[in-house]
Write a new protein. Sequence first.
Length: 145
Amino acid sequence: MKKVLLGILVVIILIQFIRPEKNDSNDKTSDITTVMEVPDNVNQIIKTSCLDCHSNTTMYPWYSEIAPVSWYLAQHVNEGKEHLNFSEWAAYNKDQKNHILKDLKEELEDHEMPLKSYLILHKDAKMTKKQYETVLNWVKTIPSE
């Protein structure tokens, strides 16, 4: 039994050295704010509720330093950025932008984002009905290209 516990402890220690890449670029050249006006109230909601998973600047909690949680978070952020990355908005082509806007409207109308699993530990990211409406109304003003 001691050997099994020691083996588990060694594995737990060793996996700490397998670190995913951090999502912490400060490059704002393709950020959505470089190509369109984002009202302050909308920008604040996006910053609080969206940017950790949908930008190149994730604010990592302390537990993100512990494997395998760090792996899960990295995968989650990468997946979120595949759907929408506010830091890369200017680099999207017309079809990508139109597809993202369509999906974003649906997500906001259905209150699908932020994910419930994210809200468990990030209570401040929970959006009120008014906040959903505010962001949705702003998204509807973005012209299709």
